[in-house]
Ligand binder design. Sequence first.
Ligand SMILES: Cc1cc2nc3c(=O)[nH]c(=O)nc-3n(C[C@H](O)[C@H](O)[C@H](O)COP(=O)(O)O)c2cc1C
Length: 219
Amino acid sequence: MDSRRTTLVVGLMGSYHLHGTIDEAVEAALEGARGRGAATRKIVLMKQHIEFCSNCRGCTECAGPDRGHCPIEDDLDDVLAKLEDADGIVLAAPVNFGDVNALVRQLLERMVGYAYWPATARGPRLRSRKTTGRALLITSSAAPAIMTRTMARPFKTLRRMARLLGKRPCGTLVMGLQSPNEGPTETQLERARVRGAELADLSAHYLTHPTEPREHMTA
Ligand SMILES: Cc1cc2nc3c(=O)[nH]c(=O)nc-3n(C[C@H](O)[C@H](O)[C@H](O)COP(=O)(O)O)c2cc1C
């Protein structure tokens, strides 16, 4: 059991657009989490130095449960360690061409070290299925939320990312009908606050009851 007294919730802000919809949604979710007593931290992915994966497969070669080391010297280790260490995470990216944007996809490709994939194996195998916390997944789109949920793929990608990080997805939120001239509505931001508060509660519960199944958040 973790000895920390305060639940830690970390938000990954994956939009290129500082102070845009995703940024505001992450801020609101973290505000909700703080309202439940959690400590919070925001990672602005745009401000991190993350290179493209060079497909050297160095990080996938060595066996063992821990993420393989990437030889590229940039901020990858620091970003992943912060997300791994959190009790709850918010993964947030806008929908671009039906899926998460390239910035978040670029980070996901660098996360291949969570898999063991020696040259002799046909495909990668996840190194560990251990769950260490919860994840709230947020996306935004020009399309209405219902269309994004049914026709776009961002949650499939964000879910995969959460699982690699050892976090069990427990809720999703779409900030639909976004235009460059108008930010999210107060109703949408309030939903993000509520989801953030729920994430903090679920993450705190998880700290003390790591094996007990819990209800998901509402929609
Ligand atoms: C290159 C590009 C592609 C986009 N593709 C889609 C799309 O496939 N579906 C959609 O609903 N919105 C799409 N959008 C709209 C963005 O999702 C929307 O502007 C974004 O969610 C706003 O979030 P932000 O302010 O945090 O960047 C696209 C926007 C851009 C710039």
